[in-house]
Every structure is written in structure tokens, then in C-alpha cells.
Design a protein around this ligand. Structure first.
Ligand code: RIB
Length: 308
């Protein structure tokens, strides 16, 4: 087959990052961190990863008519992502994320979504009129109506529908029933299941419960613990790859994008999840979200170096 064609419907943000020795406590000010401004947003990160991994990729979303919007669009285009359906919103500013990263690479993120929350089902309807795709990949930083519209068309056309369930929120059953592969992390899984942290079942039970929400397959992202795959064929654990993390921002995005590309290329779910785990691990070794998305060459080298 030719290159897989992937439509990403999602957010684009400018990430304002500060690296600190440790996270500040509530009410505390810490001096001395270094500042970085990099491209981000879960949708844009996944679009960049899909393109770098070799897929023909379209990004559908909204950015403002501002300097951040210009930079986000130019950056995506420089990575080979097609942006004809990335709308310049006339009224809202581009999305911005404030990110703190501590010495262990862990992060906290606060997002001002701006134009991302103005993506509509009509934006999707306009794009899909002249677009063919093998997979549609969404996250939860744009309105649910737009995601549902994209998955509905995806289903009608026989494309794979993949949902990265971040950031955490409850999801309507009508949306979940349109999902071929649902990929949350643990916190996102609890939000989908309507459970509090203290009610968390075992990971295996969590994965099984997620499968009962209507999604056809579930890939539960467990970071340094790897991933759990559950489908009608049963449950399988996929181990993590060991790396020295610098910054975990965007690791989940690299994971889900690699999963989407591998599945769109025809790999079966467990093999695709293994490649996804490698892409996620690699993303933690580079500072920033979009900059850390691995290329196909880097991923292949890494897998060879791991004997995988
Ligand atoms: O997943 C990481 C991303 O979450 C960041 O790039 C930030 O913009 C937020 O959307």
C-alpha cells in the first residue's frame, strides 16, 4: 500500500515551558528555571508525529490570527503536515499552554484553549468533502461535536477511528461507540469510567471496563510501565522501553500517533502498541512537545538498538 493517510482533528497550542528543579508548592514562587517556547497542543503534536513517521497527514483545527497562530501553522507545514483545513479564527486567540517540568521530567500543564474550542462539526464537514483518509485521530482539546462528526464520517468511510482520551474528561456513550481504538492514560481512564482515584480497580479491570464502554479496542497507556491492550481477542501487556527521561510532555502524543500510523499501515494491535511504546519513550528524551516527536528513522534506529 502507499503512504497511510491520516486526518488529525485537534488542538494546536503554543507551549510556554519552564524547567525547574522541583514543582512549586501552592502559593510558592520559585526562581531560576529556564524558559522555552515550543509548538504543542495534543492535536498538532500528533499530526507532527504522524508526518515524521511517514504518514500523509492533515491537521484540522483552529488557531488565531496572531503571531502564535502564524508560527504554529508554519511549523506544522515545515514538518510536512497539510494545513488547508487549519482555520484561522477571526475572533479567538491561539491556544496557549503553560507547562512546568521538574528535574525528573514530570510536568504540570494548564491550557487556555482559545481558538481550539471554536472547532465545529461544520469545519469537519467542509474538510471531508474533498479528503480521503485511512484513519482519523482525535484528542479531547476540541469540542466533542467536532470529534463525533469526524468519527461518524470515519465510520461511514471504513476508516479507523482512534481517540487519545486526553485531557481527562467524561465521555458520552454515543462518542465511545464510534471509536475503534481508545487510548487513555490511567487518570483519563478513571474519568471515562466516572471513578475517583481511591476507587481505581486493578489495571486489568480498568482495561476490561473501558472495553465495555463501547470502544472496539482499548490501549491503556501506563508510561514507564508500558501499556495494556484489550480487545475481543483478550488482554495483553506490552512492556515499556527504558530511557532516561528529560521531559515527559508530549510522550502520550507520540505514543498515540505511532499507534495510529502503525495500525493504518496494517500492523496488528499488539505490534502497533509496541512501536507506540517505543515512540513514547523516545519523546521523553527530548525537551518540549512538538520538538520531541520522533522521526521514522529515529524510531527504527531505537528499535534496532533495543533488539526489538
Ligand atoms: O500532550 C502535551 C500537550 O498538552 C502540550 O503540548 C500542551 O499544549 C497540551 O495540549
Amino acid at each position: 500500500m502507499g503512504l497511510p493517510q491520516i486526518l488529525v482533528v485537534g488542538s494546536a497550542n503554543m507551549d510556554l515551558m519552564i524547567r525547574l528543579p522541583r514543582m512549586p508548592l501552592p502559593g510558592e514562587t520559585i526562581l531560576g528555571g529556564e524558559f522555552h517556547m515550543v509548538r504543542g497542543g495534543k492535536g498538532a503534536n500528533q499530526a507532527v508525529a504522524c508526518a515524521r513517521l511517514g504518514a500523509s497527514t492533515w491537521m484540522l483545527g483552529r488557531v488565531g490570527r496572531d503571531a502564535f497562530g502564524n508560527e504554529l501553522v508554519h511549523g506544522l507545514e515545515a514538518d510536512g503536515v497539510r494545513c488547508e483545513y487549519l482555520v484561522r479564527d477571526d475572533t479567538a486567540p491561539s491556544g496557549v499552554a503553560m507547562i512546568l517540568v521538574d528535574a525528573s521530567g514530570e510536568n504540570t500543564i494548564a491550557v487556555a484553549p482559545g481558538a481550539n474550542m471554536r472547532v465545529t462539526a461544520d469545519d469537519v464537514a467542509i474538510a471531508v468533502r474533498s479528503l480521503d483518509f485511512d484513519a482519523v485521530l482525535c484528542q479531547l482539546e476540541v469540542p466533542i461535536e467536532a470529534i463525533a462528526a469526524a468519527f461518524q464520517v470515519g465510520r461511514e468511510r471504513g476508516a479507523l477511528t482512534i481517540l487519545d482520551a486526553g485531557p481527562a474528561r467524561a465521555l458520552p456513550p454515543e462518542l465511545l461507540s464510534l471509536v475503534d481504538v481508545l487510548s487513555p492514560n490511567r487518570a483519563e481512564a478513571l474519568a471515562i469510567l466516572g471513578l475517583e482515584k481511591q476507587e481505581e480497580p486493578t489495571l486489568e479491570e480498568t482495561a476490561q471496563c473501558l472495553l465495555q464502554t463501547g470502544a472496539r479496542n482499548v490501549v491503556l497507556k501506563l508510561g514507564a510501565q508500558g501499556a495494556l491492550v484489550v480487545s475481543a481477542d483478550g488482554l495483553a501487556a506490552v512492556p515499556a522501553f527504558k530511557v532516561d527521561p528529560v521531559d515527559t510532555t508530549g510522550a502520550g502524543d507520540a505514543f498515540t500517533a505511532a499507534l495510529a500510523v502503525s495500525l493504518a499501515e496494517g500492523r496488528e494491535l499488539i505490534t502497533a502498541t509496541r512501536l507506540a511504546a517505543a515512540a513514547g519513550a523516545l519523546a521523553t528524551t527530548v525537551l518540549g512537545a512538538a520538538p520531541s516527536m520522533p522521526t521514522r528513522e529515529r524510531l527504527t534506529q531505537f528499535l534496532d538498538s533495543q533488539g526489538a
